[in-house]
Design a protein around this ligand. Sequence first.
Ligand SMILES: [Zn+2]
Length: 359
Amino acid sequence: MPLAIDLPSITTFRARLQQLLADSADTGDRRHVLVLAIDGIPLSLAEEFWPESRIDGLRSVFPTTSSTAWLSSLTGQQPEQHGIPGVVFRDDSGHLVNVFEYRGAFCGSDAGNIFSDAAALEYWPVAILGDWEPYECTWRTMLLKGAHLVEGHRFYTAAPANPGAMRDRVHGAIQSALERLPPGQPSLLWCFIDADRHVHRRGYDSDLVHWLSAIDDLAADFASRGFIVVAHSDHGLVRTVHDPEIVSLLAGIEADFGCEIGGAGRTRWIYAGQSDMDRVVSALERSLPSTVRLFPADLFFRPGSLARARSGDLMLVAQGDEFMTFSGHIFDHGSLTETELRVPFAVWSANSANGSQLR
Ligand SMILES: [Zn+2]
């Protein structure tokens, strides 16, 4: 399904980064390229709080789910190609899995990623696991394939901290990764920061935006030391209110038709099967609020693609505030609002303040 936002896709991230690496290599003056991968930051907020950077807007993929979107950014592949349609979906033997826990195999092709690109250009590819550290799973192995991993630095998955202390954690992680590089070796340093975890519970509050400002300072500081600094995100989040009636409607569908339910956040899907499809659709159409739209999955994922084979047959997509979310969550993502879809590609370099191009 075409997404109604006229921006380049986040699948262009890989090629954009490869261009930055190649341009720097061409000058004969290779710089370290530091990439801050910040989960849950919409374009509008980046434009407001990162004045020291040059920002392009990118459009996330459907669903606007972290596992799907980060893999699309780092591999340059659409979800149909990399085959990870969300968080809860059927594996290749038909069992429902949670992608952040699943350690079995996924079939699919290896088309390389930002780390193999960096290695090919003779940069040392490094991933600071950061807030992915608690999630040992096959998906994380796919995402970070080819990177030298740096562990021991958690940010939003560690104890809560004020914005200044949170900035210091990021700074400390980067310094520690730099100290472990082979001497004289330019690197691609990708660092995962799960701000999404904060936003789910507190929204884009003053702590979050103060931290974003501190990240602008940190990035500008590294740029002034000769680094190229990039920040990107996977999706924004929007206010979401838990509606118990939608939960009981889906529980009824599960019980009455024996359907399994997958997806995550503001997009869920139902494995209806052809024989029950019409009756399931009727039951949903009778009871769903007008702010939740029902779509056939074929509209989003090409039939026969890996993502389609693993996703359910019917998609429930939140369009308003009311849907299903975890206890204590006030913001969520996964659907198709502008805030969820529009994300930043920001670059800080020694030349960016005066608007000139990177050399
Ligand atoms: Zn995310």
